[in-house]
Structure formats: structure tokens, C-alpha cells
Design a protein around this ligand. Structure first.
Ligand code: UT7
Length: 331
């Protein structure tokens, strides 16, 4: 019997309607469209405005899109992984709620948090469950309501992030398609440079933490940028090297959308031309756990069975890595 590999067999996505443009941000903080565009590549991002809706709302909508497009019976889903840095609540898991809402009544589920690498690590986790032979349909959702943790008076962070959700289905494949290899890393030095200080077990919420705005994302952008460029490029080059892939062999780079300059540096290091680099940062900004599945959704029609795809991400923690996957279907 041939080895079971874990293939992506369906994709879904959702972004909220409200568009926060660079022009609107100019009226909120001391910034301008030219600076944002040249320094990050972002033109606009989506914001979830409806009250009492969290990341699960975005993830559920994305999963429903996947279910509708692929005619999937949600009762057949064995497992739901919800990759997110902005769960609805610290406890209980957004995954359990999302699974119930989409009708995945036979699934078990949990949240996975690794900042901007949540979805990439989720791919690794989903693949292991499939490769074990025990589970046949694993739904991986990546969704973040970044607007819930951003200080819209802080120009260093508010121009970067947006809200969105995406979902992919992993199923067993016996043609050798799907996830081939992965190189995943972490370095705890990162927690000083990209963090939300309060609200966790070190510094629980108090009037003081709220007054000091310690529940918002703080980022030392320059330092994070340096680590991101070198580590994401290294991981991507490494995975090509150990799978004997030349730049001609790589059909697509699907990289985390944090900054266009970081994506360009990674593509450059890999020797991959611009037309193979999936980009939507200009439309959505950095949606954290949703960037990779949103890219797959936007470019799904161009992806062909057998295509070699390199996924790469870098995020808070620090967390980063690259995954080599062979695409499994034509749509
Ligand atoms: O997804 C998780 C991982 N996160 C990342 O990968 C993000 C990595 N970092 C970055 O993408 C970039 O560092 C930023 C986009 C956040 C910032 O770009 P930068 O080129 O590193 O800018 P900087 O922080 O070094 O600031 C350069 C200048 C400063 O002015 P001075 O000191 O040179 O006079 C800033 O005050 O730009 C100024 N500046 C701004 N100006 C207009 C910073 N933010 C803004 C702004 N608008 N929004």
C-alpha cells in the first residue's frame, strides 16, 4: 500500500465588508498613503464592525464558504483546528463553537496559537492526524479579528493589521500529493519585540493595565523586520535545498503577508520570479492566521494539480518556518 500523504482538497474564505483605506487612516493618525504603500505594500484592510462578533464569526463564514463550494457534508468532518491569535474568549476554545455552528457534530476541535505562524503550524498538525490514518477529514481554519487588539492611535501598528478568515480541508492522498516536508522553528527571544503585555497570567487585567493600554499589540517593528527577513528566507531556502528543488521547480510561493518587503526578500533568496509569488497584502494587510488561506482562496483557480508550493511564515514568539506541499486538484 502506498504511503498516505495529507492533501488540501478544498478552500474557503471570508473578509468583512468594511474597507479601512490608507486615506481613512490619514485622518486617524499621523501617517500617509505614500509611507504605508512604500514601507509595507498595504493599501487597505478589512475590519469587522458588527458588535458581539469575534474571530469565530470570520472562521465560521470561511468554513461555510468551503463547505458550500465543495459540497462537503459537515457531519463527515473528524476534526476542526482553529488557528488564531484572537480567540473569541481566552477560555472556551473558539474551535468548539465554530465546529458546532458549521454542523461538524462528529468532530473534536481545539485552538492553536502561534501568532502569525498559527496557520502554518496548523498545517503541520492537520497533516499528522491525516498521515496517522486515523482521521479522514481535518478542517483547518485560520481567522483573526486583529482590530480587537489594535490601538488605533498607534501608527506603528494600526496601519498593518486587518481582519479575515480562511479555511482548508485536509484529506488522505495516495498519489503522493499534499504535504511533503516542513521546517518549523521558534525562538523565545521574540517575546520582547512583539507582544500584548497584559491579560495573560503574568499581568492579569486591571484598571491600571487598561489605562496603560497594555491590552494592545506592541511591536518593535524594525527588530521584528530583521528577524522576519532572515528567518523566513532561510527556512524557505532550506526546504528547497533539502528537497532538491530549484527555483524552476517551485510553482508558487505562499508567504505570510506582513510586509511586501519581507515577501520580496524571501522570493529573492529563493530565486523565484514575481509572477510565482502570491500577493494580497495590498487588499487585506496582515490578517495574522488568515493570510495563507486567503491567498489560496484568491489564487485557487490558478493552482494546478501537482504544482510545487512553498508556504512560509514568520510571527510573534518568534515562530516561523516553511512547508513544501504538492497541490492536489484543479478547480
Ligand atoms: O506578522 C508578524 C510579524 N510582523 C512583521 O513582520 C512586521 C515587521 N516590521 C515591519 O513591517 C516594519 O518594521 C514596519 C512596517 C512596522 C515599520 O517600517 P520601518 O521601515 O521598519 O519603519 P521604522 O519603524 O524604522 O520607522 C521609520 C520612520 C520613523 O521616523 P524617523 O524616526 O525616521 O523620523 C517612524 O517614526 O517612519 C516613521 N513611521 C511612520 N511614518 C508614517 C513609523 N510608522 C509610520 C507611519 N506613518 N505609520
Amino acid at each position: 500500500m502506498s504511503k498516505i500523504t495529507a492533501a488540501i482538497t478544498a478552500v474557503g474564505a471570508y473578509v468583512p465588508e468594511y474597507v479601512l483605506t490608507n486615506k481613512i487612516l490619514e485622518t486617524m493618525v499621523d501617517t500617509n498613503d505614500e509611507w504605508i504603500t512604500t514601507r509595507t505594500g498595504i493599501k487597505e484592510r478589512r475590519i469587522l464592525k458588527e458588535e458581539n462578533k469575534g474571530a469565530s464569526y470570520l472562521g465560521i463564514k470561511a468554513a461555510e464558504d468551503l463547505i458550500k463550494k465543495s459540497n462537503l457534508d459537515p457531519k463527515e468532518i473528524d476534526m476542526v483546528i482553529f488557528a488564531t491569535a484572537t480567540p473569541d474568549m481566552p477560555v472556551a476554545a473558539s474551535a468548539a463553537y465554530a465546529a458546532s455552528e458549521i454542523g461538524a457534530v462528529n468532530a473534536f476541535s481545539y485552538d492553536l496559537q502561534a501568532a502569525c505562524s498559527s496557520f502554518l503550524y496548523g498545517m503541520s498538525t492537520a497533516a499528522r492526524y491525516i498521515e496517522s490514518g486515523r482521521y479522514k477529514k481535518v478542517l483547518l481554519i485560520g481567522a483573526d479579528k486583529m482590530s480587537s487588539i489594535i490601538d488605533y492611535t498607534d501608527r506603528a501598528t494600526c496601519i498593518i493589521f486587518g481582519d479575515g478568515g480562511g479555511a482548508v480541508l485536509f484529506e488522505p492522498n495516495e498519489e503522493g500529493l499534499g504535504l511533503q516536508d516542513e521546517y518549523l522553528r521558534t525562538d523565545g527571544v521574540g517575546r520582547e519585540f512583539l507582544k500584548i503585555e497584559a491579560g495573560g497570567s503574568i499581568l492579569p487585567p486591571s484598571e491600571e493595565t487598561v489605562a496603560k493600554k497594555q491590552h494592545f499589540v506592541q511591536q518593535d517593528g524594525k527588530t521584528v523586520f530583521k528577524y522576519a527577513v532572515s528567518n523566513m528566507a532561510d527556512a524557505s531556502a532550506k526546504i528547497m535545498e533539502r528537497n532538491n528543488l530549484t527555483s524552476d521547480d517551485v510553482n508558487w510561493l505562499v508567504a505570510h503577508q506582513a510586509n511586501k518587503r519581507i515577501i520580496d526578500a524571501t522570493a529573492n533568496r529563493m530565486g523565484v520570479d514575481d509572477d510565482k509569488v502570491l500577493i494580497n497584502i495590498h487588499r487585506y494587510g496582515n490578517t495574522t492566521s488568515a493570510t495563507l488561506p486567503l491567498l489560496l482562496s484568491d489564487y485557487e483557480k490558478q493552482l494546478k494539480k501537482g504544482d510545487n508550493i512553498i508556504f512560509a511564515s514568520f510571527g510573534g514568539g518568534f515562530t516561523w518556518g516553511a512547508i513544501y506541499l504538492k497541490w492536489a486538484y484543479n478547480s
